[in-house]
Every structure is written in structure tokens, then in C-alpha cells.
Write a protein that binds this ligand. Structure first.
Ligand SMILES: [Zn+2]
Ligand SMILES: [Zn+2]
Length: 235
């Protein structure tokens, strides 16, 4: 942890309802980001790929990647691009679990609008490695899945889709390296829990869709129905 991170953490501990982005009072003990900053998030609106949510300023139904690839999931829904306030919030979420309420609500809104409450039966989070989850104390995707599950009355299945080996950080790799990096990184302990279920997989950021695809492939192999993916940001 850098000194700035320690100071941020202590400040938040002393002043829990202060916005982690602008420092203003949030007027809500559960929120650690204010309304103005949430409104300032640049949403993915208008033209975007029907499968992966990549913005397509020039129009068209699919991006070049989805035109030639096929996936085990139906589509990815995302709140915004991985930039600006949303990026800052996602980075802070790795240290401040209090962001789960505001960020979980943002994702909930997108899931309701673009997948629909009737469209799925349960939620799972993209698992972290045991080592990373232990050092962080939580899996932020799991926390968001819990917020959504609680509000929509859907179960969150935990510790069933698991990461069986540590993988290199994806952002350093090319697309082909990413696919190889994740190959057989996940396993399902009890396939029965996913059989014939329509599932939403939750993650914080998606870059090349390879993590979602690898999780979706495992779920489909377990006999799952339709798979949808929900991320805060589409990088
Ligand atoms: Zn703010
Ligand atoms: Zn696409």
C-alpha cells in the first residue's frame, strides 16, 4: 500500500460518508460516493455492439471481434467505458468494500434494463485466485452479485465456479496470450447447481471478453441454460 492509499483508507474509516472521488458529504452512511460523481459517470449509450457492448460510433450491430467469433454467452452488458470516474471507482473498490452499494446498484440497473429480471435464475461472480481474495479480504464482484441478488431476490452461487490456478494479469497480454493464460483456469465443483439455469456472471471490468468466455464455457459444460455477463466497465 502506498502512503496515499493508507491516508485514503484512514480518512474513509474516520469519515465514512465522504465521497471517495470528490470529498463531499454523501448524506448517506452507506454510500461512499456522492450523487454528483455517480451522475458524472459516462454511460455506454447509443450505438454499441449487441454482443459485447463495445461502443460503435460508426454504427453497425456487431464489432469486428464479435463478427468473427462465437461465444458461450448471449451478451455482455456494461455500465460505461473503463475511464474517468468509473475507472477511479473500480480501482478504489479494490480497497474499499463500502463501494459495493453504489456500484452494485449501478450494475443492477443495467441488468434489469438489458437482461431483465425474468431472464435469469441465479448469479455467479468471476472468481479471484485464493491468494488474491485472501490479501484483499473480499471479491468485489461477489459483493456486487450479492447486492443485485438481494434486491432482485435471486440466489448468488458462491464457491462453486472456482479459479484453480493463478493467472497473469490480463492487461499485459495480447488477445491470444489472454486466451492461453485463462485456459482451464476455472473449474466447477458441483455442476448440478448450474444445470438448466440461466445465469448472470458478474465482473468489474471486461477487456477482451476472454474471462467471461472461459467462465461461460465452463458453465455451459455443466449444462447451464443461457449465460449473460454483467460488468461495470467495458475497456
Ligand atoms: Zn463525489
Ligand atoms: Zn462485440
Amino acid at each position: 500500500m502506498t502512503i496515499k492509499k493508507v491516508i485514503d483508507f484512514c480518512l474513509h474509516f474516520l469519515l465514512p460518508n465522504v465521497c471517495v472521488i470528490c470529498g463531499k458529504d454523501t448524506d448517506d452512511v452507506y454510500a461512499c460516493v456522492c450523487r454528483d460523481c455517480l451522475t458524472g459517470i459516462e454511460r455506454i449509450e447509443g450505438l454499441s455492439c449487441a454482443i459485447c457492448s463495445q461502443p460503435l460510433p460508426d454504427g453497425g450491430a456487431h464489432c469486428w471481434q464479435c463478427k468473427k467469433a462465437s461465444f458461450h454467452f448471449e451478451k455482455i452488458v456494461a455500465v460505461g467505458k473503463y475511464s474517468g470516474i468509473l475507472r477511479d471507482l473500480i480501482l478504489k473498490f479494490k480497497e474499499m468494500d463500502c463501494l459495493k452499494y453504489s456500484l452494485g446498484d449501478l450494475l443492477l440497473e443495467i441488468v434489469e434494463k438489458n437482461i431483465g429480471v425474468q431472464g435469469f435464475d441465479l448469479l455467479v461472480a468471476v472468481p479471484l485466485s485464493k491468494k488474491r481474495e485472501f490479501s484483499r479480504g473480499y471479491n468485489q464482484s461477489n459483493l456486487m452479485a450479492e447486492v443485485i441478488g438481494k434486491k432482485l431476490n435471486k440466489p448468488v452461487v458462491k464457491n462453486n465456479l472456482i479459479r484453480i490456478r493463478d493467472t497473469k494479469p490480463q492487461f499485459k497480454l495480447s488477445r491470444n496470450e489472454r486466451i492461453l493464460n485463462l485456459k482451464d483456469a476455472f473449474r466447477i465443483k458441483s455442476p448440478e447447481a448450474f444445470k438448466k439455469k440461466n445465469i448472470v456472471i458478474v465482473d468489474d471490468v471486461t477487456t477482451t471478453c476472454t474471462t467471461f468466455e472461459e467462465c461461460a464455457r465452463q458453465l455451459k459444460n455443466s449444462g447451464a441454460g443461457k449465460i449473460y455477463c454483467a460488468a461495470l466497465a467495458r475497456d
